[in-house]
Every structure is written in C-alpha cells, then in structure tokens.
Design a protein around this ligand. Structure first.
Ligand code: G3H
Ligand code: ZN
Length: 282
C-alpha cells in the first residue's frame, strides 16, 4: 500500500491504547528487517531517518526506496524524518514524499519553538504530511539519564504549546534519553498522565533503547502512542556483522557478511511490536 501518515496510525493507536514502534534505520539490511517484522506480525510501523543518515543515503533515494518497499506490503508504513532543527531540510523531505517530519526546536526558547514548529506544520499540512514537535528536551544518555528537572516537559507548558501549535504528535521529556543508559532511566509516569490529560495529543517516547519492558507497558497505559528505538538496532546488527566477519575474515562478498543482520533486526522489531501491542493492529 502507499505510505501512510503518522497522524493516521497514531490516532488509531491512541484510541485502542497501544504504541506504534518507530525505528531508526541506517541501511538496507536493517530497513528490510524492520519491514519484514511489520509484515510478519501485521503491525503498523514507522521507519525514520536521522539528519545524518538522510545525508549519507540522500533523502531523495531514501524516499523512493522506502516508497517502493511499502507499495508491496499490506501493512501501514510511515516514512518519518527524525529530530531536525532546520526548516529547509524538512520542507525537502515533504517535497520528496516523506509522510511525517519532526521539527526539534526543543533547545530554543518556548516562543521560538512555537514559531518554528508552526512554520513546519503549515508547510507539511498543506501536503497532507504529519508533524511531530518536541517540548522539554530529550538529552543524550551520556549527559545524564535524562531526568534533570529543567529538561523535563512541564504539563502546563505542554498544554499552552498545544493550544498554539498545530502538531500531530508531541515528543515529551519524561526521563528517557538517547543512546544506551549508564544507569536505568526513571520515568515520570505522573507527569506523563498530566501531559496527556492537558493536551490530548498523541505522545511520543524517545530514547527507547534500554528502557525496561514493564516501563514501556506502563508508559503506553499513561498515553504514549509512538516509541522511538534506534541504538538497540544499531548494536544488534553490528554484533551480527562482527560475528560473521570473525568467522570468515577473507570473505569478499559483502552480502555474506551483512545479510543475516536482516533476520536479527526482524526478531528485535517483532518483539517490540508484540510488547507495544501494535502486532495484529495493521
Ligand atoms: O529519535 C530517536 C530515538 O529517540 C532513539 O533513541 O537510540 O536511545 O533508542 P535510542
Ligand atoms: Zn529521539
């Protein structure tokens, strides 16, 4: 089927209380592994490029390739541009056929965040493309476990933000961080519930690699509808590659070293789909 919007998959998830997994991919093997998982367990799925991966592949190529892959599938696939600060890059993603983009102006003052997020929303919505914004700031795990008070999303601010911004989803800082954690993250579920009550917008949990499984389940009960996972997939595919390379360092066909990574990613992604409750929802 054609690529679908973030808004369409998250509205259903919000209504039926599950979360759609959103995976960062780096290359063809992990992308294919993620899509195979979605197809096998009949789950909607979001595949995301970072700014750097977009530059590495070329977003024109990414958009064309993912669109072609999704066309042969019968589960909903969203192509999403993750954490981007620059409006022009996001406009380009919209023009090339991405169905969702994330404007990350979370490090800017509140009013500037509102202004930039709306600028992106105005452009994207004119083409039927969804927009995720961020309020509060989700840090890197190396900067601490992401629970320092000034970075967390304040519920009253989230309410005001969503009164002013036409976003389809809101990334919130409730204790998670990007990258593997050096100490287990402590999620602030009360804050999450309050944000959900005051905004009614589908909420996004970033920094999914290393979050304890019961915490995922509870965060979904508290209103999370999209969960981003990146580092864990990168780690797993590299472990597989290292093992294959160690077993045959003289191999000259790169496919023999990388192709089994697909299956590894499929298993990890399928597990997340079952855990987040999106399996069977396509
Ligand atoms: O936006 C990307 C995600 O928040 C991924 O975070 O790499 O810690 O899983 P992660
Ligand atoms: Zn993130």
């Amino acid at each position: 089927m054609p690529l679908v919007t973030l808004s369409s998959v998250l509205k259903k998830a919000q209504k039926e209380r599950y979360a759609v997994p959103s995976f960062n991919f780096s290359g063809i093997e992990d992308l294919r592994g993620i899509l195979d998982a979605a197809q096998e367990v009949k789950s909607p799925v979001i595949v995301m490029t970072s700014v750097n991966i977009g530059k590495y592949w070329g977003i024109k190529g990414v958009a064309a390739y993912v669109r072609a892959m999704a066309a042969d599938m019968d589960v909903p696939v969203v192509l999403h541009q993750d954490h981007t600060k620059d409006v022009e890059t996001l406009k380009q993603c919209v023009d090339l056929g991405y169905t969702s983009v994330m404007i990350d102006a979370s490090e800017r003052p509140f009013e500037e965040n509102v202004e930039l997020s709306n600028r992106v929303a105005e452009y994207a919505h004119a083409f039927g493309v969804s927009v995720e914004a961020e309020l509060g700031h989700i840090s890197g795990a190396e900067e601490g476990a992401g629970d320092s008070d000034e970075m967390l999303t304040r519920p009253q601010d989230a309410q005001r933000f969503m009164e002013l911004v036409e976003a389809d989803a809101l990334a919130v800082a409730v204790g998670t961080a990007h990258g593997f954690y050096t100490k287990p993250p402590k999620l602030d579920f009360d804050r999450l519930v309050k944000i959900g009550e005051l905004t009614k917008v589908p909420l996004v949990l970033h920094g999914g690699s290393g979050v304890a499984e019961p915490d995922f389940v509870r965060s979904i009960e508290c209103g999370i509808t999209k969960i981003n996972v990146g580092t864990e997939l990168r780690y797993e595919i590299m472990q597989n590659l290292k093992k294959n390379f160690a077993a045959d360092p003289d191999e000259v066909d790169i496919r023999k070293l990388v192709s089994s990574g697909r299956g590894v990613i499929t298993e990890v992604a399928k597990h997340k789909m079952e855990l987040f409750g999106s399996a069977g929802k396509a």
